[in-house]
Design a protein around this ligand. Structure first.
Ligand code: ZN
Length: 465
């Protein structure tokens, strides 16, 4: 029985859904700037989820939105002197490329906010009519005091929300905690007509409307990053319940954890962080995808390039282990392990641990049992969206090594030759007593997973072999 942690009830629950009709909504990107690793994590972990549901024979309808209008998009497009639409289209192309390379299934429905403006306006009208919305000189706002269940998802107190809310000078809403449904446009901003005046929708109302338009009033799973719980998801609930108090909006709320870079939450503002597509180019989409499998989807995940290098080695080993076998679920015990771990709130790190145990144990098994395990391991990884193709791994590996050795003017053909040239260059530094430079070369090398020894045990080896 599939069990998942529901952020709304704060409990792990047995999932009770209609096998033939599962509705999933994932909050997609705001197309203001290039995707970073955090976007990759959210796309990939919920892709594991959807692929697993499909393996269990659930019939899934999956929608992921594109937020293509908001304050930051307008700001960025004005900086670049292009239209909000041009900026959005360019950024969206980068997301499509990343999703493709990460081997994420294309959603059944990908609604764009600006394609739903008439529906959004109708939705806001309904809220105003039901007494949840009010109009001021700066826009239309949601009156939070009217909704009793407000903050049930996040568990925050209204006092915290009030003190933590930044009130813009032009806002003339009744209370700090009320939020915008419709914002009147300022000069040179894109706008749409509405019964209240020219403007654009608020972020939260876009999702509420697109969910009800594409999937219906009640959905099974609402997914997104844990950073969206407040205010975004809290406000979505307030809106959806404001339109129809008797309908359950989302039965299960699933949230993925954030990525940490040396303990800090990773964000676009950290200049030293590369973009998602840069990591994919350098290491391969399957390595980045596999990196996300290593952590539990709800946990914070540490990130460093060293970890990506290790991930690449692990994936190589898996590809090597399953080389030349067909993917088939022939070892029942391994299939059971897969189902047991995935049913346990998608415990993928545990799954990996148990699979590697199995692989290790094959050294004591006969040929036939080993083959069955190899076939089953390949089968499991295919369900999770991995190809385990050794030739592809090698191409990525060579690309990475070529790039590394090029920094030292060494042309990479094979690792032995490249390393002997590398050692000679380093020896030159040492002979000229430039120890700092020589040390730097050794540290550099470690970054790509190679350890270099001086002295008695002079030589080099792969760190993880
Ligand atoms: Zn959303």
């Amino acid at each position: 029985m599939l069990k998942l942690y529901n952020s709304l009830t704060k409990k792990q629950e047995e999932i009770k859904i209609d096998q033939d009709d599962v509705k999933i909504y994932l909050c997609g990107p705001t197309v203001q700037s290039s995707p970073h690793l955090g976007h990759g994590r959210s796309a990939v972990v919920f892709d594991f989820f959807i692929r697993y549901l499909k393996y269990l024979n659930y019939s899934v309808l999956f929608a992921r939105n594109i937020t293509d209008i908001d304050d930051k998009i307008i700001e960025k497009s004005q900086e670049k002197n292009i239209s909000y639409r041009e900026l959005g289209d360019n950024v969206w192309k980068e997301f499509v490329l990343a999703h493709e390379n990460l081997n994420c299934l294309v959603p059944d429905i990908e609604p764009r906010a600006t394609a739903y403006i008439p529906e959004i306006i109708k939705y806001i009208e309904q809220l105003v009519q039901n007494g949840f919305g009010y109009v001021t000189s700066s826009g239309v706002y949601y009156d939070v005091s009217k909704f009793e269940e407000y903050l049930e998802l996040s568990g925050r107190s209204i006092e915290d929300v009030r003190t933590g809310t930044r009130v813009e000078t032009e806002d003339d809403k009744k209370r700090a905690e009320d939020f915008a449904l419709w914002k009147f446009s300022k000069e040179n901003e894109p706008f749409w007509d509405s019964p209240w005046g020219n403007g654009r929708p608020g972020w939260h109302i876009e999702c509420s409307t697109m969910i009800s338009e594409t999937l219906g009033k009640t959905i099974d799973f609402h997914c997104g990053g844990i950073d969206l719980i407040f205010p975004h998801h809290e406000n979505e609930i307030a809106q959806s319940k404001g339109v129809d108090i008797n309908e359950n909006f989302a039965n299960y709320w699933l949230h993925n954890g954030m990525l940490n870079l040396s303990g800090k939450k990773m964000s676009k503002s950290d200049g030293n962080v590369k973009l998602l597509n840069e990591y994919i180019d350098e290491y391969g989409g399957d390595v980045v995808r596999f990196f996300f499998l290593r952590a539990h989807y709800r946990s914070p995940q540490e990130f460093s390039e060293q970890l990506l290098i290790e991930t690449k080695k692990t994936l190589n080993n898996l590809a090597e282990f399953t080389k030349d076998v067909v993917a088939e679920p022939n070892d029942n015990d391994t299939v059971d392990v897969f189902i047991k771990c995935m049913n346990d709130d998608m415990n993928t790190p545990k799954l990996l641990g148990e699979i590697f145990e199995k692989i290790k144990d094959t050294s004591n098994l006969d040929k036939e049992s080993t083959l069955k395990i190899k076939q089953t391991v390949k089968f499991i990884f295919e369900i999770l969206g991995f190809e385990l193709d050794t030739s592809k791994q090698n191409i990525v590996e060579e690309k990475l090594l070529s790039k590394f050795f090029a920094k030292y003017d060494i042309q990479f053909n094979d690792i032995e030759t490249a390393m002997s040239e590398f050692s000679l260059k380093r020896e030159d530094f040492r002979l000229n007593k430039k120890y700092g430079e020589a040390d730097k070369m050794r540290e550099d090398l470690l970054e790509i997973g190679i350890v270099m020894n001086d002295g008695e045990n002079v030589g080099w080896y792969w760190k993880n072999s």
